[in-house]
Write a protein of this length. Sequence first.
Length: 278
Amino acid sequence: MSMRVACVQFCHHPSDVEENFTRVEDYIRQASEDNVDLIVFPECFLGYSKIPDPLPRLGTLAKTYALDIVTGTYLYVDPESGKRYNRASYIDKDGEVLMSYDKVHLWHGERGFIEPGKQFPTVVNRFGIRVGLLICWDLTFADGFSNMVLDQGAQLVVIPAMWSYEDAGEVGQAWNHDSEVALIDSMTVARAFEFQVPVVFCNMAAARSKEELPVDKEDTECGHSQISMPFKGSLIKANHNHEALLAYDIPVAQITKDAEEHYKIRADWLERPKKTNE
């Protein structure tokens, strides 16, 4: 059985939460009409404003349109400690929140006001697929993949992101203006092959359409949302940074089974000698 997964390369309004919600619902409706099972939104998809808990409203949308949602990220404030986290959640088609993940590897600009998460949770969805979530800069670190895929048996990794050209800095852009695009394109495929699971990378768009893109793209989101898979590489990709809806039928269970039977990465990992201090 395949899961039809949709990735929304979405351009949010920085401060108009209601406009963002309206447009999120439009994409969810469109995906539902295309028989999508799981729809994914990017990091900060509802904007930067502090908002009430968005999960009840998103849960209602999941129930209304009968599909699962990876929410993109929102600011979560712990009611006891007051600490703030960059959080993404997995909501099933019944509106139930199956899992939430707090970004572990914070980008430089987040440090100081966002608390890093400490765990890499996974959950089994209604298709019997164990899913793990990462967020943006987590892609560049292997520990989340190792924990979720090799230790917990995750079969699908979903990564909301808000990645821009300027993240390379002046030094990186002096070498290659499109450095971050090269990083995203190479690492998304590399992680799919390295850990033998499909990877859904969903980045923010810089504009709603090609015509609305700013002339100077140095400080804009670089797009390139894509779905990658072992054996195949990149299955579908937005080779641009304006809005797009990508949908693909991913044979998650079969591809991970075939990859493991051939490469035996999980088996080798579990049978590895344990480290000692001797």
